[in-house]
Design a protein around this ligand. Structure first.
Ligand code: FEO
Length: 170
């Protein structure tokens, strides 16, 4: 059994990760409609990764005998007006997710739940990568996104992203 607060936060995080996936799916749809299939691919894969994050949280709770409540997933609420908008929203969102992971970590630390802290270590590291990726996307777009030829090449680069399952096993 996990501490009640830790369990509630982990349960909420399942929903938050699924929302992240939904948000990135929305970005993928946006880019596909703009003719940028590479960016659409990048966010489609990102959506898959977010679902993986949710499944890891769910599996961890199940492994600890916790009851899971699946709540309603909010509608993606970002309005993209320019090609750069999703990139900025994604960076902002990943910083927010980092704060959520840190909050769960704090709650686990407060009750000396070392097992959950160890589980969350992977997510702490992952958030570092997620933020860096999001920052890099913004920087690259600022450098190359306004020139059509460069944007075409950048889109091709994004098209090369392939899915790989998370390295964490439970
Ligand atoms: Fe699940 Fe993008 O963090």
């Amino acid at each position: 059994m996990l501490d009640k607060k830790v369990s509630e936060l982990l349960n909420d995080q399942i929903n938050k990760e699924l929302y992240s996936g939904y948000l990135y799916l929305d970005f993928s749809v946006y880019y596909q409609e703009q003719g940028l299939d590479g960016f659409a691919n990048w966010y489609m894969i990102q959506a898959q990764e977010e679902r993986d994050h949710a499944m890891l949280m769910l599996q961890y709770m199940q492994n600890n005998g916790e009851h899971i409540t699946l709540n309603q997933i909010n509608k993606p609420d970002k309005v993209c007006k320019t090609l750069k908008d999703p990139l900025g929203f994604a960076l902002e969102h990943e910083r927010y997710v980092t704060s959520l992971i840190n909050t769960i970590y704090d709650a686990a630390h407060a009750v000396k739940d070392y097992r959950t802290m160890q589980f969350l270590d992977w997510f702490v590291k992952e958030q570092g990568e997620e933020e860096k990726n999001a920052e890099d996307m913004v920087k690259k777009f600022e450098l190359f996104g306004t020139d059509p030829k460069s944007l075409y090449m950048l889109d091709n680069e994004m098209a090369g992203r392939t899915y790989s399952a998370p390295s964490l096993t439970l």
